[in-house]
Design a protein around this ligand. Structure first.
Ligand SMILES: Nc1ncnc2c1ncn2[C@@H]1O[C@H](COP(=O)(O)OP(=O)(O)O)[C@@H](O)[C@H]1O
Ligand SMILES: [Mg+2]
Length: 368
């Protein structure tokens, strides 16, 4: 652990700021004891969540963990079985969708093919009978925000997938909603375009100051985008925190395994060490009672290659330009390490030594 005053990192300062704002919370949205049953399926299991004004929170989790259900309850597309949804301090649990100040962007954005881009973006405002001049101003501003001012008079069929997704976003931004919900909006785009759109979404978030709840099953995307991540599993919140907290301080193995890559070494504590498939390993921190069961979680960047207290056979190497990922079989145990590709290379099938400093591994006790 680095000291909070360590000049190398601003981590300490950041922590202080979040602690201060936690004392005077500016809460935009509050969800209390929210549950949704579909027949016997518990889609959402009594979730409590507070979303701060202006933050970008991602709901992350495997398929079926309840992310979409939570979004639908927040925007009013579904009624909860129990629980409340509070927006700006007001109970909105049963308020109709159009009475909540919420914009929604789905993965399968359906643009009207026979309308221009500008007409698509202005459609809802036209339905609300806003004056023509006002619609034109708002549409122009929304298109500018998403970088499509030049494409206003095109038809959707003349746009790429990424541009169509921007139109869908503009259609939501045009009413200037206080909360924007996005359900896997980048899911249909290829990897390169996803990255471009992630940066765009961060910029739009900064420029509009909107509170954004962004759903994804992609942990990399969540780490890249979020102020905070809410990781869901089986209808519950597994952990909520900043990307750094989620990566550095996972509270259980589900979180450690879902966020980032790690080697997970299970075992039983004996005389202060964890007896695992690859030997008795040091456990940092307080001495644990003999017989405690749990696992050491080691991130790839914490593992040194070429020296150390263990040895294994290289099963696979994955070259990624800047880094070389090395997958090692140490008996039954799989170890995932990585090294700067410029300085390190190793042949598949060869034996390699590896290790880590005890502080770099996190011990997670099995839940009773
Ligand atoms: N309309 C529905 N009818 C029945 N079951 C549903 C419905 N919507 C969701 N579910 C179930 O609720 C659980 C959570 O689904 P969902 O919220 O869509 O998860 P996610 O968005 O995380 O993939 C799943 O088991 C899913 O099958
Ligand atoms: Mg979903």
């Amino acid at each position: 652990m680095r000291d909070a005053a360590d000049p190398i990192t601003t981590k300490g300062t950041r922590f202080d700021m979040s602690a201060a704002s936690a004392n005077t919370p500016d809460i935009k949205l509050q969800v209390k004891g929210l549950a949704k049953l579909y027949g016997h399926t518990i889609a959402l299991d009594h979730v409590d969540l507070e979303v701060r004004k202006g933050e970008l929170l991602t709901l992350l989790g495997p398929s079926g963990s309840g992310k979409t259900t939570l979004l639908q309850l927040i925007c009013g597309l579904q009624e909860p079985t129990t629980g409340t949804v509070i927006i700006d301090g007001k109970d909105q649990t049963h308020a109709p969708v159009n009475k909540r100040d919420i914009g929604v962007v789905f993965q399968n954005y359906a643009l009207f093919p026979h309308m221009t881009v500008a007409e698509n973006v202005g459609f809802a405002l036209k339905m609300r009978d806003l004056p023509k001049a006002e619609i034109a101003t708002k549409v122009a501003k929304a298109l500018e925000t998403v970088g499509l001012a030049h494409a206003a008079s095109r038809s959707p069929s003349q746009l790429s997938g990424g541009q169509q997704q921007r139109v869908a976003l503009a259609r939501c931004l045009v009413y200037d909603p206080a909360i924007i919900l996005m359900d896997e909006p980048l899911g249909a785009l290829d990897a390169k375009l996803r990255e471009v759109m992630q940066i765009e979404i961060k910029r739009i978030h900064r420029e509009t100051g909107a509170t954004i709840i962004f759903v994804t099953h992609d942990q990399q995307e969540a780490l890249a985008l979020s102020d905070r991540i809410c990781l869901m599993n089986e209808g519950r919140i597994a952990q909520l925190g900043t990307p750094r907290e989620m990566y550095d301080e996972p509270q259980d193995l589900f979180v450690a395994d879902f966020i980032g890559v790690s080697s997970i070494l299970r075992g039983t504590v004996k005389a202060g060490r964890l007896e695992t498939a690859i030997g008795a390993l040091p456990v940092a921190g307080d001495t644990l009672p003999d017989g405690s069961r749990g696992a050491l979680v080691v991130r790839p960047e914490a593992i040194t290659l070429g020296e150390g207290f263990c040895e294994g056979r290289v099963r696979e190497t994955v070259y990624g330009g800047a880094e070389l990922r090395v997958i090692i079989d140490a008996g039954e145990q799989e170890i995932i390490a990585r090294a700067p590709a410029r300085d390190f290379d190793v042949a598949v099938g060869s034996m390699v030594r590896f290790g880590w400093t005890p502080d770099a591994a996190r011990f997670l006790m099995d839940k009773a």
